[in-house]
Design a binder for this molecule. Structure first.
Ligand SMILES: [Zn+2]
Length: 489
């Protein structure tokens, strides 16, 4: 099946970088791109005239939300409320439970993957909150995510999250980590099992990766074993670290070391390493941003920083700065991390934060952010056939609508989208030549019914915070509405 799409704008790829084509065609056959540029004269099985639209490489989300959401509940709370978002020491010591059944978890994966497809994400590395589980993820969870993704047609680099410790609030109110090393070893065994499963599946959309939880919940032994496994299987490893000052303090207290020193000590720095956030380091003079030396070390080790601008901002933090990391030679890719999985908004917010942090209007440029969402991520995954629209590359693309009256006028199409658009302007998502989302719909999915079911599960998830809270507060006390409910005292 050979398809030609024609649009006012296409972001192609020539001589090592993206280029803009005006009034152009893209032609693909099966999963491969045949042609990008002037009107195709050869045969096609179908031709779609898209008019006022931009055809872009599909977005690569390396911290892609694989559950319903939590930022809606926890990105605005004061410290006493925030204590209620963690497990209490009591909860850790009582028989814990999964809030959702395996069947509900499968639904949640499909719901999350549908969101990603509709927001123009074509390749993903999943992330989900473990707070609702009795520990972390299992082999079955990872299979569920990869199957939900590939069933919808998305490309995933998946694996179960695993950890040997969990962040808790002690009875005294102090933040700490409590350990269960046996669960950590089981998690790693599940992760290995998934790597074998992914390799055996021979599904070109499913790839294995090692996705341990945050660094402060990993024992040094488990980190070393993860590094060994990653090297043996030659797969990427992603570990959240340099994420907050609480993490830095715990690691200093336990090991007298920085996160970066521990990555080095455990061999993780020698792996194909992805570090979401990487916001904090040792520069005490500058609010504990990473020092030049630390950025140099990340660059020398070819670490990919997974920058999640929207999530960082919503939790009151920022990369200091996007341009500074890049100038130091750090490969910066993008993630969404929490709802909404909107990389158009992410690029816009990130660019504006960079201006603020650097004090210059030309910081955080749209071209650099766009490369982060495409080429930088593809390079880190070792995929020179992703993140670019050129003959021979995978037909992974999104069509962004430029016709909406509210988008205003177009000068440069990408700047117009960043300024006035969002990922809701995604009209069509194609992965490996298959149309996975079209005009806001996904073949075979009833989005109205899914939205209702997600709301029900979200309400249950919200209620379940009470049993884990140190003070057993009711959901309405833990998550008070913006205004008093009318009619209540
Ligand atoms: Zn994250």
């Amino acid at each position: 099946m050979r398809t030609a799409l024609h649009a006012d704008w296409i972001i192609g790829f020539e001589n090592g970088d993206h280029v803009l084509h005006r009034d152009a065609d893209i032609v693909y056959e099966d999963d491969r791109i045949l042609h990008v540029g002037r009107r195709w004269q050869g045969e096609t099985d179908r031709r779609i005239e898209l008019g006022a639209a931009l055809i872009s490489p599909g977005f690569i989300d390396l911290d892609a939300l694989a559950d319903i959401d939590h930022a809606l509940l926890d990105s605005w709370a004061d410290p006493t409320l925030r204590d209620g978002h963690q497990w209490s020491e009591d909860y850790f010591n009582t028989p814990r439970r999964d809030v959702f059944t395996p069947e509900e978890r499968r639904f949640i994966r499909t719901y999350a993957m549908a969101q990603l497809a509709l927001h123009g994400v074509t390749t993903l590395m999943p992330i989900a909150s473990e707070v609702h589980s009795s520990w972390a993820e299992t082999f079955e969870d990872a299979v569920g995510i990869a199957e939900a993704a590939s069933h919808l047609g998305l490309r995933s680099y998946a694996g179960p999250s695993f950890r040997s410790g969990v962040n808790v609030v002690r009875s005294t109110g102090r933040r700490d980590v409590l350990w269960d090393h046996e669960r950590g070893r089981e998690g790693l065994a599940d992760a290995r099992r998934f790597l074998d499963h992914a390799a055996d599946s021979a599904n070109p959309l499913v790839h294995g990766a090692l996705l341990p939880c945050r660094i402060e919940t990993m024992s040094l032994d488990l980190m070393s074993a993860t590094a060994q496994l990653a090297r043996a299987y030659d797969v990427p490893v992603r570990i959240h670290c340099m994420q907050g000052t609480g993490e830095l303090e715990l690691l200093r207290q336990w090991y007298d070391a920085t996160p970066l020193q521990l990555l080095e000590r455990t061999g993780l720095l020698e792996c194909r390493l992805f570090v979401p956030h990487a916001l904090f380091g040792s520069d005490a003079e500058n609010g504990r941003r990473p020092t030049d030396q630390e950025l140099g070390k990340l660059a020398d080790a070819d670490v990919t920083v997974v920058h999640c601008p929207l999530t960082s901002l919503r939790y009151g933090t920022a990369l200091r700065s996007f341009d500074r990391y890049r100038a130091a030679g750090v490969n910066v890719a993008l993630g969404t991390d929490s709802y909404p999985p909107d990389l158009i908004k992410g690029m816009d917010v990130g660019g504006n934060i960079a201006k603020l942090v650097e004090g210059r209007l030309d910081a955080g440029g749209a071209a650099d952010y766009f490369r982060s969402a495409t080429l930088n991520a593809a390079g880190a995954l070792g995929r020179d056939d992703l993140g670019r629209l050129m003959p021979g590359a995978q037909a992974d693309l999104v069509v962004l609508d430029l016709s909406d009256f509210r988008l205003g006028v177009v000068d440069d199409p990408l700047r117009s989208l960043l300024m006035s658009g969002s990922a809701r302007d995604v009209r069509m998502t194609v992965v490996a030549g298959r149309t996975v989302a079209d005009q806001g719909t996904l073949p075979g999915l009833d989005l109205v019914a899914m939205k209702a079911e997600a709301q029900e599960l979200f309400d249950r998830m919200r209620s379940a915070y009470t049993e884990r809270d140190l003070h057993r507060r009711t959901p309405n006390r833990l998550f008070p509405p913006t205004f008093r409910m009318a009619g209540e005292a």
